[in-house]
Design a protein around this ligand. Structure first.
Ligand SMILES: Nc1nc2c(ncn2[C@@H]2O[C@H](COP(=O)(O)OP(=O)(O)O)[C@@H](O)[C@H]2O)c(=O)[nH]1
Ligand SMILES: [Mg+2]
Length: 441
């Protein structure tokens, strides 16, 4: 997928975060990168060698003394000529160096444009490109490790192998259709089809774990008014996020905090309590919202007051649920079943955190089939579409229908996989993907 038209100019951007820092990295990529960089640097650039020297500004003045690193095409991140300047991390120096690059012919890079060029020049496929942003955005170590494995090609290798198998299979089907009189071998047994279905199904099965690794879980606190839901949220968050009073019905809107509990990203949602009847409109709307939260959450934390065991049992359907008995500082023993905690003293909170993370196995050992779990919804949807189409092709063949009937299903699956690895993806889709990136990446 080479799109030379897009890459005929030279882009530049600051690749490190804005503000003061130890160093700032300014990056150039494109046909003029080496020429522009050489004009700005005191020493002749040497490929893939870090050189220390003066960095010049627009009028030849010395802006900084820093490091220049050049990577001639095609051995660079983008596949183009690339140069990095490592300057002292002053925003003034960084912007002067960047301005100099612009005055010598570079233009400001768009969000994700370096990675987009890497994709267009075939350095990264689309799965790897999306892994780059997931790696940068990772909020837990597990999420970073999973994204790094994807960047390494863990998912790409599987998808590409299936893609290549199906391409061959399709050629075989076409030969059968186009030359019905030729003997083109066995047309009843298609091992590629069965193995492709197996790989894609297994891959799709890793998505639930991958999604939790990347995005974490949503856990919603529900229970009668005044049992201490808001207090629990505050205690777990370590700060007063929700208003706590002894007036029932204090929490009307839902409040969210995101925490990392034992490596698991948890978005905790505080809700209005379920009073049996309430005439207050706002409180009632809040309760409606709580119900919607229960619908979309991964875990319900059903909170009870251990000191007042009268509360009715909360029904949460088939959602994963943990019963939490709060205010255990007021009730030393209670017959009710659940994790005893006190939002007031902190007792039991660690046990609660362990119980929550224990319900979601995100360890790599949970699935040894692949080095990485699928974590991208777009990729998951396309892989599911592909495996469904292949299943329908296999069913057709099994019932004795001629291979040409299965041809369109296999073609459909191939197109869906092409959207995953980027071999046949539409440019508006890639536009959306790269727009999520930051400038300079
Ligand atoms: N003794 C004790 N009081 C608590 C505890 N948790 C909450 N409370 C009190 O119970 C009342 C209701 O708490 P709140 O968090 O607003 O309950 P919510 O309506 O379920 O959100 C407040 O007066 C809290 O101070 C606890 O663990 N122990
Ligand atoms: Mg509350």
């Amino acid at each position: 997928m080479n799109n030379a038209a897009l890459n005929n100019d030279t882009i530049a951007a600051c690749s490190t975060a804005a503000g003061r820092s130890a160093i700032a990295i300014l990056r150039l990529s494109g046909p003029e990168a080496l020429t522009i960089a050489q004009k700005m640097f005191a020493k002749p650039l040497i490929p893939r060698t870090a050189l220390v020297g003066d960095i010049y500004g627009e009028d030849g003045e010395t802006l900084d003394n820093g490091v220049a690193l050049c990577f001639p095409a095609p051995h660079s991140y983008t596949g183009e000529n690339c140069v990095e300047f490592h300057c002292h991390g002053s925003p003034i120096v960084a912007s002067a160096v960047l301005r100099t690059m612009f005055s010598l012919g570079a233009r400001q890079a768009l969000a994700g444009e370096f990675t987009r060029r890497a994709f267009l020049s075939g350095k990264l496929d689309l799965i790897q490109s999306e892994a780059v942003i997931d790696l940068i955005d990772a909020e837990t170590e597990q999420a970073a490790v999973n994204a790094a494995a994807q960047l390494n090609g863990a998912i790409s290798r599987e998808v590409n192998a299936v893609y290549d198998d199906l391409t061959l299979l399709l050629a075989h089907f076409h030969a059968f259709v186009d030359y019905p009189d030729e003997d083109i071998g066995d047309v009843t047994d298609y091992p590629q089809l069965a193995s492709s279905i197996e790989i894609l199904t297994k891959l799709a099965d890793t998505y639930n774990r991958g999604r939790i690794i990347r995005d974490g879980i949503r856990a919603v606190l529900i229970g009668a008014p005044n049992v201490g839901k808001s207090s629990l949220l505050n205690a777990l968050a370590g700060s007063d996020r929700a208003i706590v009073t002894d007036i029932p019905g204090t929490t009307r809107d839902t409040i969210e905090v995101t925490l990392v509990l034992n490596g698991l990203r948890v978005t905790l949602i505080d809700t209005a309590g379920f009073a049996s009847s309430t005439s207050d409109l706002i409180e009632r709307l809040g309760i409606e919202r709580s119900k919607a939260e229960i619908e979309r959450c991964d875990l319900v934390l059903a909170v009870y007051d251990a000191s007042s065991p009268s509360g009715s049992v909360i029904s949460t359907g088939d959602k994963k649920t943990l019963n939490v008995l709060n205010k255990c500082d007021l009730a030393q023993d209670s017959a009710a079943d659940g994790i005893r905690v006190s939002a007031k003293t902190g007792e039991g909170l660690q046990t609660l955190c362990e119980a929550i993370s224990g319900l979601f196995d995100i360890s790599q050992a949970a699935d040894r089939s692949f080095a990485s779990a699928l974590s991208n919804e777009r990729q998951y949807a396309a892989i599911s579409k592909a495996s469904a189409a292949l299943k329908s092709a296999a069913d057709a063949l099994e019932s004795g229908i001629a291979p040409d009937a299965a041809l369109s299903d296999v073609e459909y699956a191939l197109t869906a996989l092409g959207e995953v690895n980027g071999r046949t993806v539409r440019s508006d889709v890639t536009d959306t993907i790269f727009a999520r990136f930051c400038v300079g990446k």
